[in-house]
Design a protein around this ligand. Sequence first.
Ligand SMILES: Nc1nc2c(ncn2[C@@H]2O[C@H](COP(=O)(O)OP(=O)(O)O)[C@@H](O)[C@H]2O)c(=O)[nH]1
Ligand SMILES: [Mg+2]
Length: 310
Amino acid sequence: VDLIEAALAGNRLALARLISQVENQTPTGKQMLEQLYPRTGKAHLIGITGAPGVGKSSLVNRLAHAYREYQGGKVGVIAVDPSSPFTGGALLGDRVRMRDVAGDEGVFIRSMATRGALGGLARATAEVALVLDGAGYETILIETVGAGQGEVDIARLAHTTLVVEVPGMGDDIQAIKAGILEIADILVVNKADLPGVEGVERALKAMLEMAPEVEKQGWKTPVLRTISTLNTGFAELVKTIQDHKHYLYQSGGWLRRERARLAAELESLIQTSLVARWRGQVSDEKVQEVVDRLCTRHISPKQAVDELLS
Ligand SMILES: Nc1nc2c(ncn2[C@@H]2O[C@H](COP(=O)(O)OP(=O)(O)O)[C@@H](O)[C@H]2O)c(=O)[nH]1
Ligand SMILES: [Mg+2]
């Protein structure tokens, strides 16, 4: 409880400890999450995804800065990418890239331990985001690896998802992973200082035109350029992200997303809790015995379920 008060008063060490408790799912962490919950629901969660090396960490660093400069408010950064310089195992060059943002009191950076399953990681990320939200961080940037399910989970968590691409794939539309259009609210071509930037832009725009089935209800996915190394394009990027936020508010999309996410979260919590309750009522021997009979085809899976649940 003291930890919560201190974190809310702006004590960063307390906040870091609080997040550790939540991340490790300690009883204290769970209790604190409960206490913080009424304060949450205000933050704008922004997911940044894309293949390794496209410059997500560099971009997040610049974006955090740009938010401080143009928008104000506290900015939280959550790095889910295990190769992220935020996660500490980085080269010296990476540390230097992050140093300026790390020195800003209004920016809080947290990297996620990547142990455990992806699903667990997604939940832990959501909970850490809740803590930052409750602690008054108005903008939360979540860097994630472009690895299938992970980015879909983050997209579900985030209100606004940025998909980062880079020049060099030419006009080859096939090179751009299918499915990114569904999750991208904003497409960012980073490393716009490199040759081939027009090519990738053209390919992305062509993809967008060819996919009218991707319904965004009035939001036309923009394609923006950034150069993270030179800090170019970030005023525009912040403005576009804010536009998307306002669009979500006005269209009712914000509430819809929030509702869908909470409903899914509730369902998964109920599943976990029902399975745990059932597990406490049936012995291991009983389960093994039913599996034996399943293996020898004496009963069907459906009969097994009926028997174990009765
Ligand atoms: N030329 C150029 N290099 C960049 C740019 N942004 C990032 N990089 C470099 O790309 C490499 C990977 O960046 P990083 O942020 O770690 O990418 P991540 O793996 O997506 O997080 C680093 O060497 C960066 O310096 C850019 O806009 N232009
Ligand atoms: Mg990274």
